[in-house]
Design a binder for this molecule. Structure first.
Ligand SMILES: Cc1cc2nc3c(=O)[nH]c(=O)nc-3n(C[C@H](O)[C@H](O)[C@H](O)COP(=O)(O)OP(=O)(O)OC[C@H]3O[C@@H](n4cnc5c(N)ncnc54)[C@H](O)[C@@H]3O)c2cc1C
Length: 475
């Protein structure tokens, strides 16, 4: 009898906890406007509420004289996205656009059909709701590169927006502070000594910092959009996919969208695409702006022959190699390799050798560090008679196991006046089309040296200032 009562209580408690958990996961605040309550015309329409879009909407609606419509294809993320280690669970769900690459000829040999998965977040916060939350530092070398490409003012102004990004409400610290204050963590010391022993290696490393606040994932939806949702001049619609930018006489005046099978158009003085590195160029092309030959092949009416649209795709490269150590400390390297190094890695296999060299040093050997080379049958023939790794063996592993680091960018690149592949000018304006801008990862003309999310967020903050300053031009 007693046993039945105890197990009955147990079932009730477990059921109650499951109901609470289900409520916690599903519970969403109401942020989307009903389509009946919308204006006929807005000052700004922003397409996409991702890393960049949330910041643009919050900043542009600070001015109560301007009306803003933010359109998002997804809706609010469930609470799983808030719990940092669970984000991979959202890949392949309705919160992910679920793109796959085309089959690759020279790489991805270990992937199904030689295709890479390209996850992209769908909903408020965009890809920053499913990313790995590593905070990337803005590097002067990137700013210098962009300035050399003819992008005006970016080197002068972007750092200010980057430094103000998360204000004091966020636990992110500056890179140089981390190096001086926090290098006493155990693996940091091992790395420091190993680099010294290797001599000529020019590696920089620091403890990684995350876009996590009070244990929860922290996105530009949390830091910017949430606080702006009550503004009467900001309207937000969700589960609505923009399918086309409406352009007349080379001037954008609205968008066409589809929601629940219903097609609807909205108009504005200025349209800002923040749909991400894949969907922003796709939208431009669907609107007739892109490489003329390609558009004609796809039977799309050509509005403007802009060759750079969808080109210049770049990404960071990821070749996972597992290293075990005997001591119970975790490996957290935010930047062991600069982009230049990663480039060499692909072409010269240099970085694999660099890693091997580091692991062979005394400080790493002292903690029992060991590289676990993956076993790939097709590659094993490239080991020499003693079982040592050869150049060909490393190349084979790279061709089988390397992956995208999920940072596709550059497909609507900013550039200088004489750059025929540039899609945007220094003010985020689409070349030759009035009242149309793009602000998201697609605008980055070259790969950033580290993780891009915080840099895209700073770009959006910077762009919103430029957009406000140049507003009278579009009146
Ligand atoms: C698995 C993974 C891990 C990552 N890890 C990190 C990391 O640790 N650190 C880091 O810095 N970066 C990381 N990134 C990359 C980073 O998150 C992205 O570069 C960044 O979020 C891109 O921001 P965005 O504004 O360009 O686009 P997004 O954030 O993708 O926003 C685009 C928004 O537009 C919406 N949209 C698209 N098309 C339409 C349409 N037609 N109509 C209406 N809405 C539309 C989308 O639903 C989305 O909400 C990672 C990415 C992935 C996938």
């Amino acid at each position: 009898m007693f046993i039945f009562a105890v197990s009955g209580c147990f079932v009730v408690v477990i059921s109650f906890l499951l109901v609470v958990l289900a409520y916690y996961i599903q519970c969403r605040s109401k942020i989307c406007h009903n389509s009946n309550s919308l204006n006929d015309k807005y000052d700004y329409i922003i397409v996409g509420a991702g890393t960049a879009g949330c910041i643009l909407a919050a900043k542009l609606s600070e001015n109560s004289n301007r009306t803003v419509l933010l359109i998002e294809a997804g809706s609010e993320f469930n609470r799983i996205s808030k719990i940092p280690p669970l984000s991979p669970l959202l890949q392949g769900t309705s919160f992910d656009w679920g793109y796959l690459s085309t089959p690759q000829k020279w790489s991805s040999k270990g992937m199904i059909d030689k295709k890479q998965k390209i996850p992209r977040g769908k909903g408020f916060g965009g890809t920053s709701q499913i990313n790995f939350m590593v905070h990337g530092y803005l590097e002067t070398e990137d700013l210098e590169k962009w300035e050399k490409l003819g992008i005006k003012d970016i080197k002068k102004y972007l750092p200010k927006f980057y430094n103000n990004l998360y204000n004091t409400s966020h636990n992110i610290k500056r890179a140089n502070q981390i190096l001086t204050e926090e290098m006493k963590w155990s693996l940091g010391i091992v790395l420091e000594k190993a680099v010294k022993e290797c001599g000529a290696l020019s590696l920089t490393f620091c403890k990684s910092f995350s876009t996590i606040y009070k244990g929860n994932r922290w996105t530009s939806y949390d830091s910017h959009l949430k606080g702006a949702l009550k503004r009467p001049n900001l309207h937000v619609i969700c589960s609505t996919e923009v399918t086309k930018v409406l352009i007349s006489n080379k001037s954008a005046f609205g968008i066409e969208s589809v929601s629940g099978g219903l097609i609807r158009t909205y108009t504005a003085k200025e349209i800002i695409l923040a749909a991400g590195s894949i969907n922003s160029p796709k939208l431009l092309m669907l609107s007739g702006v892109g490489d003329k030959k390609l558009l004609q092949k796809l039977n799309i009416n050509v509005v403007e022959d802009l060759k750079g649209v969808g080109k210049n795709l770049h990404d960071h490269f990821n070749f996972p190699l597992y290293v075990s150590i005997e001591k119970p400390i975790s490996l957290s390297l935010s930047k062991i390799l600069s982009f230049k190094e990663i480039f060499n890695y692909l072409f010269y296999k240099k970085a694999v050798k660099v890693l091997k060299k580091l692991i062979d040093t005394k400080p790493f050997q002292k903690i029992g560090a060991k590289i676990h080379w993956p076993y790939i049958e097709e590659c094993s023939q490239w080991r020499d008679e003693q079982g040592n790794n050869t150049e060909n063996f490393l190349e084979c592993l790279i061709r089988f196991c390397s992956m995208t680091w999920y940072h596709p960018a550059g497909t609507c690149a900013m550039g200088g006046q004489n750059d025929s592949n540039a899609v945007l000018d220094s003010f985020f304006r689409v070349n030759s089309i009035k009242n149309l801008r793009i602000v998201d990862g697609s605008v980055l003309p070259t790969p950033v040296s580290t993780f891009p999310n915080s840099i895209i967020a700073a770009l959006a903050d910077y762009a919103s200032e430029i957009i406000q300053l140049t507003y009278p031009e579009s009146e």
